[in-house]
Design a binder for this molecule. Structure first.
Ligand code: C2E
Ligand code: MG
Ligand code: MG
Length: 716
């Protein structure tokens, strides 16, 4: 708009300047012509008056067109003729009045070459005569007059300029005698009038231009107001603030056309936004919407605290496996609708992945209220979901984060919500957990441990300790369980219960486990060669390792490398190995391992998910009953009963049964009585490094006399 105004003003300025220039040229030309005519007439009149007043004294010489060329004296010398007389004074006054200008008579001074004034119509303001004056060399008229030619042009008079006609006066002899000068007023008055005119034109133009600019701007502002309004609307649309209907859409002009076009853009944008930000399964917000909304809500959280809830379902994959993807989607849809019913209208729910949901609760961040809400959601979700295919029971967990207390930015908020969710999953009840600083500390410690563990594995800082397993009936050493140890700088060890899960989570367990397997085989070979009489070395194998495609190849390589007969290796797997894999697949892997000739032992029996039917069919040879069933069983009849049943079950299935964690003689005795094949526990020995195995076995020999001699060839 400014550009258009400037352009308009510029074009008008140029037009005015052009018109003024043409006008000026015209005025100048007219003025000049006018002045030339006037001075010409004045000269003619003056010469005529002189000749008519003194016909016997002056003769007028004219050009062909009648212009006075000179005045010729009737005498040979000007002496006595061209001298001041009152008659001359009166004559000049007459001429002056006729011409409305001045008149002067000059006498030529031959000696000085100057024309000296001797009569004039000029007067000072006080009426006195002006000082004498001469036309000397350098005067504009001098050159012409000196050649007895008339001069027409501007001449200086009393510091100013006058347009004058000077007619030379010559004696009869032809000698220069003087000059008659007439003028028509001050020539610079013309200049002044001209410049006055100029400044008037300039002033008027400036006023016109200013007016034009002001009116133009005002008109243009008024005309472009709808456009500006629409531009503001388009801007707010582009920055994501939808602002209702597009203005001026009902106008019938170009603005209306533009507005209707913009309306179509708005519709399209809304549709695109819906597609981009909506989860097609639940019709709730998707991950992108969640991240945008979380950021938006957190911008204002100091004033309006919020709660962030992260929800997922344990074992949801099973629903998809059992009923198919479409049913899984239907369950998610119903679950989302149930959650939405428990929320306030301003709260929002998003499905960010698979069975992962996030909820932004905008109505404050009170811990108690959040707890109640989480409990309500869990209750709602635990009620069975009925599908045509069957009834589905969900196992939801919720992690709660209160903002701004627990996080300052969206990324941290989401990460903390994940931590809280993990804590909720680890707790049996109530299914939800609110984030705490301890959780944060634990996460940091885990992260630091992960870094250190990576380094420790690389630097081969880990060690293997061995714990004996005793066969009770034969009173004999059965074998050793290899247990990983990570020495700390203070001389202690990092608890395997802490670093093994981290190794599993990060995949480091594959490298670690391969090393444990290899080192155990090497140690077994060394003991065999050293004459230790034992049945096997037991190696713990994580589910992650066992599902590696080349796992049995790894086992085979280690056995081969140390020429260790396969029956000397017992692989301990926990019941967790069953999670997420079907029986056929498991059977396949375990059979391949069995095919190598290694023993398979089910570790920590009773704590996990092993189904009895699996146990019956899968090729295990041994069951290790978890310490929780064994500990204090000799003093607690209920525990004893449970232990008996469990051992009986193992025996019925034809498995060898080992009782783990036997710490006291009473527990060992009970284990023996109820038919356990072996025990492993602090009673017979804690895990020790290989170099300490001899004293350990010597101590065991002392407890079990039957063991002596059978343990180490050539010792005791
Ligand atoms: P686990 O395989 O059940 O190993 C037995 C655990 O019980 C060992 O704990 C052992 O020190 C402990 N224990 C044995 N007798 C007694 C007793 O009388 N009283 C008590 N209170 N505890 C006893 P540790 O060495 O701390 O290992 C814990 C778990 O870490 C192991 O449980 C095993 O699941 C895992 N782990 C250890 N080393 C490895 C490894 O090299 N690979 C894998 N995948 N897991 C390992
Ligand atoms: Mg074990
Ligand atoms: Mg165990």
């Amino acid at each position: 708009m400014l550009r258009i105004t400037i352009l308009l003003v510029l074009s008008v300025t140029v037009s005015i300047a052009l018109i003024s220039a043409i006008a000026f040229m015209d005025i100048d030309e007219a003025t000049e012509q006018n002045a030339a005519i006037r001075i010409d007439r004045a000269a003619r009149a003056a010469a005529s008056i002189v000749v008519h007043t003194y016909p016997d004294r002056f003769e007028l010489i004219r050009s062909a067109d009648g212009r006075p060329l000179s005045l010729r004296l009737a005498v040979d010398s000007p002496d006595g003729v061209l001298v001041y007389t009152d008659a001359y004074d009166a004559l000049l006054k007459e001429i002056g009045l006729t011409n409305e200008g001045a008149a002067n008579l000059f006498r030529y001074n031959m000696a000085a070459g100057t024309f000296d004034r001797f009569v004039t119509t000029f007067r000072r303001p006080d009426g006195s005569l002006p000082p004498p004056m001469s036309i000397a060399d350098g005067h504009p008229a001098h050159a012409n007059l000196a050649r007895a030619m008339p001069h027409v042009g501007e001449v200086p008079v009393m510091g100013r300029m006058r347009l004058a006609y000077l007619t030379p006066i010559v004696a009869r002899s032809g000698e220069l005698a003087g000059a008659l000068a007439v003028d028509v007023g001050w020539a610079d008055d013309l200049m002044a009038a001209r410049s006055r005119l100029k400044s008037q034109i300039f002033g008027a133009s400036a006023v016109i231009l200013a007016l034009m600019a002001a009116v133009g701007v005002a008109l243009m502002r008024a005309e472009t107001k709808p456009l500006r309004k629409m531009a503001a609307f388009a801007n707010s649309l582009a920055s994501g603030q939808t602002t209702g209907p597009v203005p001026f859409a009902d106008r019938k002009d170009e603005i209306g056309d533009l507005a209707r076009g913009l309306s179509r853009v708005v519709d399209l944008q809304e549709r695109l936004e819906h597609l981009a930000y909506t989860d097609p399964v639940t019709q709730m917000g998707n991950r992108a919407r969640y991240l945008t909304d979380l950021e938006g809500a957190m911008r204002d959280m100091e004033k309006h605290p919020i709660a962030l809830l992260h929800l997922d379902f344990d074992g949801f994959a099973k629903v998809n496996e059992a009923f198919g993807q479409a049913s899984g989607d239907a369950v998610l849809h119903q679950a989302a609708a149930r959650v939405a019913r428990t929320l306030g209208s301003s709260d929002r729910i998003y499905r960010i992945a698979g069975d992962d949901f996030c909820l932004i609760r905008t109505r404050g961040a009170d811990p108690d209220v959040s707890r109640e809400e989480a409990a309500r959601i869990i209750d709602a979700l635990r009620a069975p979901i009925i599908l045509p295919e069957g009834e589905i029971h969900l196992d939801p967990s919720i992690g709660v984060v209160l903002l701004p207390d627990h996080a300052g930015d969206p990324e941290t908020a989401h990460r903390t919500a994940c931590l809280a969710l993990r804590a909720a999953k680890q707790a049996v009840e109530p299914g939800y957990a609110i984030f705490t600083d301890q959780l944060q500390a634990r996460a940091r410690r885990e992260l630091a441990l992960e870094v250190d563990l990576r380094e420790a594995i690389k630097n081969q800082d880990l060690q293997l300790f061995y714990q004996p397993q005793i066969c009770l009936h034969r009173q004999k050493l059965k074998g050793f369980e290899a247990l990983a140890r990570w020495p700390k700088e203070d001389g202690g060890f990092v608890d395997p219960g802490e670093f093994i899960p981290i190794a599993e989570k990060t995949g480091l367990i594959i490298e670690l486990g391969a090393w444990v397997l290899d080192e155990s085989c090497r140690q077994a070979r060394e003991w065999i060669d050293g004459g230790v009489d034992f049945d096997y070395i037991a190696v713990n194998v994580s589910p992650i390792q066992i599902w590696q495609p080349n796992f049995e190849r790894l086992v085979y390589t280690s056995l081969k490398r140390y020429r260790l007969p396969a029956q000397y290796l017992c692989l301990e797997v926990t019941e967790n190995v069953f999670i997420g894999h079907d029986e056929t697949r498991m059977m396949d892997v375990l059979k391949k391992l069995r095919g190598l000739g290694v023993k398979l032992s089910l570790d920590d029996f009773g704590t996990g998910y092993a189904s009895l039917s699996y146990l019956n069919r899968l090729p295990f040879q041994q069951l290790k009953i978890d310490r929780t069933f064994v500990s204090q069983a000799d003093r607690d009849p209920a525990k004893e009963k449970l232990l008996r049943v469990t051992v009986g079950l193992g025996k019925t299935l034809g498995l060898k049964v080992i009782a783990e964690g036997t710490e006291h003689a009473g527990e060992v005795q009970l284990a023996k009585e109820i038919g356990c094949d072996g025990v492993q526990g602090f009673y017979f020995g804690t895990p020790v490094p290989a170099c300490m195995i001899e004293p350990t076995l010597a101590r065991i020999s002392a407890i079990l006399p039957g063991l002596s001699g059978a343990v180490l060839k050539g010792t005791a």
